[in-house]
Ligand binder design. Structure first.
Ligand SMILES: *Cc1c(COP(=O)(O)O)cnc(C)c1O
Length: 384
């Protein structure tokens, strides 16, 4: 820093501030309407049995809401269970990978499923294809591979990839996609995917702790085949058990009912406003604002160099060395604008901005004005 300005002493003018200052990438902004839904459910759904109609209807509504949002073809099923995406990786090692998986790793999250498969004693060593953070690899068809593990949006770096089946896959090979931060904000075609899995704390603006997986008929067939085999599986991680329960609009063990209420409210909001296209357009509008702003400031650069790979839901912006991103984040936080920090392990002088559908594009524009103001205060006459 050129001058010893305490970032937390900077006061942003009220007319610059966003209406809502939450820009985190998960947990992310929960809309007030979702809290209204919680209040409405206070005595009728919350605190009642998950084996009885009010909660089962709620789970059914989440399952059909997702089917509508994604426009899933006949035969697809929504499966859910407790534990979030990280637990789903373990679930998949037990109940989805037949023998050998291929992983595209290009950041923290995409690496973790590869590590889980590598550690599983009943699976062959996975094939891992990597690129440096800021880019992504492409899947490669291979005779030995029965599951291709893709990540729709690498939340640690802000790289998004187009989902497509690799050419010349082995017979029956599945494409399984970690869509935790993408689902509900980026477009995809069910013809290119077999398992599209996620958790509700990103585009679905809810609390974490659940995993959900949209499964194609081929994936359902795989799940049922492994479930009928003698492979040992812990019951809580058994995808066959999860499938059976999901078909009855239940989970194997008790879910967080409040999370389901918030998720259902968000799905209704998304579907009522025009579905996935509308959601994608909203995130796209935010992203256009953020990236064009960064491109017009000499002290800011989008981290992802290929514009095609820049995520519309998680924006990563590198700052010039003279401006500490930590100080910018501290100044923003002191004004109620929070969670713009980069992913720690990436180790860059970077801002990271959640642009999920719940986040108003006008608030992303306001955020850019706030950052300009903070940088001017921190660094003298350097507003761009
Ligand atoms: C947030 C995130 C995860 C982790 O989700 P949990 O529900 O916390 O386990 C995994 N993958 C991606 C791409 C994510 O963005």
């Amino acid at each position: 820093m050129l001058r010893g300005v305490d970032p937390t002493s900077i006061r942003l003018p009220a007319d610059l501030l966003p209406t809502d200052g939450r820009f985190g990438c998960g947990p992310s902004k929960v809309r007030p309407g979702q809290i209204d839904a919680l209040v409405a459910a206070a005595t009728t759904v919350l605190g009642t049995s998950h084996r009885k109609p009010p909660v089962k209807q709620l789970v059914g509504s989440v399952r059909s809401g997702l089917t509508d949002l994604f426009g899933l073809p006949d035969g697809w099923e929504i499966v859910l269970g407790n534990g979030g995406t990280t637990v789903f990786w373990d679930v998949a090692t037990f109940g989805l990978v037949e023998q050998r998986s291929q992983h595209l790793t290009f950041g923290e999250f995409s690496s973790k499923f590869a590590e889980a498969c590598a550690a599983a004693p009943h699976l062959d060593d996975p094939m891992v294809i990597s690129t440096e953070p800021g880019d992504h690899p492409e899947p490669v068809g291979h005779d030995d591979i029965d599951l291709h593990a893709l990540t729709h949006n690498e939340t640690s770096t802000g790289v998004a990839m187009q989902l497509r089946r690799p050419d010349r896959t082995a017979d029956g090979a599945l494409v399984a996609v970690d869509a935790t931060s993408a689902a509900g904000g980026l477009p995809w075609d069910p013809a290119e995917v077999d398992v599209y899995y996620f958790a509700p704390q990103k585009c679905f603006a809810s609390d974490g702790g659940l995993w959900l997986a949209a499964c194609s008929p081929a994936a359902v067939e795989r799940i049922e085949r492994i479930a009928a085999s003698d492979r040992w599986r812990p019951a809580s991680l058994d995808l066959g058990i999860a499938l059976t329960n999901s078909r009855q609009d239940q989970t194997y063990n008790t879910p967080a009912v409040a999370t389901l209420v918030m998720l259902d409210a968000q799905l209704r909001w998304m579907n009522d406003h025009g579905g996935l296209d509308w959601c994608v357009g909203r995130s796209r509008a935010s992203a256009d604002t953020l990236y064009s702003w960064a491109g017009s400031r000499e002290w800011a650069t989008p981290f992802v160099s290929d514009p095609e790979k820049r995520s519309a839901v998680v924006g990563t912006i590198d700052l010039d060395d003279r401006i500490s991103a930590d100080h910018v984040c501290a100044a923003l936080r002191a004004n109620g604008v929070v969670d713009t920090d980069s992913y720690r392990k990436l180790g860059r002088n970077q801002l990271r901005v959640g642009m999920f559908p719940a986040i108003d594009p006008a608030d992303v524009a306001a955020l850019t004005h706030c950052i300009d103001h903070v940088v001017e205060q921190l660094d003298g006459a350097r507003g761009g």
